[in-house]
Design a protein around this ligand. Structure first.
Ligand SMILES: Nc1ncnc2c1ncn2[C@@H]1O[C@H](COP(=O)(O)OP(=O)(O)OP(=O)(O)O)[C@@H](O)[C@H]1O
Ligand SMILES: [Mg+2]
Length: 333
């Protein structure tokens, strides 16, 4: 960050992490509805300025609407009386039409994502997952030894640690896609796992977006469409999922994992690639989620909002109650 701020040359950054970049950026290009607007200043200043510009446009538009209404009344008053008055009405009408042609456009505020009630999974037993004595090494690189993991039904567990501490490796082992060198993972009564990795392996080419959801859930289309609306993918229903943008693929993959109905969700950096609205959508989905969540994230804002119950600190595997002081560790990469 400091490096970016001190850099002499120009830098064009494409990022959803603008709050984080606040200290180093000096202008914002906002791309909205195929139009680019330039704002001087950092992200916070951009948000303020955007609201000011919007308020200004709304005011201009209100004045125009009032003017048009007033002219319209005059046109009606003069029209169909004497010839002179009719001519006057014509002039007023021309003036009115000129204003109508140059109306200030006020775009509707981006509506809140549709409120959606996610189908809840069948509950697991009280202890959905336990792992004991896990160890993993890649050649000479011993990532961790003797890690125990315990979980309670419905709790939100956060895995924290520096880059390379073994968070992804641990999650993969818990998900059963990687085998530990030592130790074992046990699933509790009726426990089922949904694992989200960043690779989006579950997205197939040539298959539409809604079809993807149908493949993981037997909920009626109406529910599936609601979920797509929630993640703002409503206008992509029939699009070939392979052609979605990176962020859209992330949203689809998350929707699929959540809809699959697992009562243990393992999510590895789910907010990477997501814009602020999509993060909100994910946040509400996770907040409503009644199953057990095990999350890896470096996203301090998201973690602070989610307020996990406990954290597992890697590579030692200590379990601690979650506290906002841990955010320093979340941010550290
Ligand atoms: N398939 C693999 N082969 C060899 N080394 C690996 C493999 N997978 C992971 N590692 C190594 O294991 C260590 C832990 O990696 P892991 O991906 O679990 O870290 P992480 O905590 O998720 O880091 P990050 O915060 O960067 O995502 C790293 O040193 C990594 O290089
Ligand atoms: Mg990782």
């Amino acid at each position: 960050m400091g490096h970016l701020a001190d850099y002499d040359g120009g830098v064009l950054v494409v990022s959803h992490d603008l709050p984080l970049l606040d200290e180093s950026i000096t202008s914002v290009l906002a791309l909205d509805n195929a139009e680019i607007e330039v704002y001087r200043g950092n992200y916070t200043e951009y948000l303020g300025e955007r609201n000011r510009r919007r308020a200004q446009r709304e005011k201009e538009r209100r004045l125009q609407d009032e003017k048009i209404a007033q002219l319209q009344r005059n046109v009606e008053r003069f029209r169909g009386k004497t010839e002179k008055m009719a001519r006057k009405a014509k002039t007023i009408e021309t003036r009115m039409n000129r204003i109508k042609d140059s109306l200030v456009e006020v775009k509707p505020v981006d509506g809140k994502a549709v409120a959606v009630r996610f189908p809840q999974p069948v509950p697991s037993g009280r202890t959905p997952m336990t792992a004991t004595g896990l160890a993993k090494a890649f050649g000479e690189n011993v990532v961790f030894v003797d890690i125990d993991v315990d979980s309670n039904r419905g709790e939100k567990l956060l895995i924290v640690g520096l880059n390379g501490a073994g968070k992804t490796t641990l999650l993969r082992i818990l998900a059963g896609v990687e085998t530990p060198d030592l130790g074992e993972v046990e699933l509790g009564y009726r426990a089922t796992i949904g694992y989200y990795a960043q690779e989006h392996e579950q997205i197939s080419s040539g298959v539409g977006v809604l079809e993807h959801l149908r493949s993981v859930s037997d909920q009626p289309d109406q529910v599936l469409r609601g979920v797509l609306g929630h993640f703002r993918l409503a206008d992509k229903i029939d699009q070939d999922a392979a052609t979605l943008s990176g962020g859209e693929k992330t949203k689809l993959a998350l929707a699929m994992v959540v809809l699959g109905g697992p009562n243990i969700l393992l999510l590895d950096e789910p907010t990477n690639n997501l814009d602020p609205q999509a993060k909100d959508a994910l946040f509400t989905a996770l907040q409503q989620y009644e199953g057990t969540l095990i999350l890896v994230s470096h996203d301090t804002e998201f973690v602070a909002k989610l307020e996990p119950d406990r954290a597992i600190i890697m590579p030692d595997g200590d379990h601690v109650y979650y506290d906002n002081r841990l955010l320093d560790l979340v941010a550290m990469v």
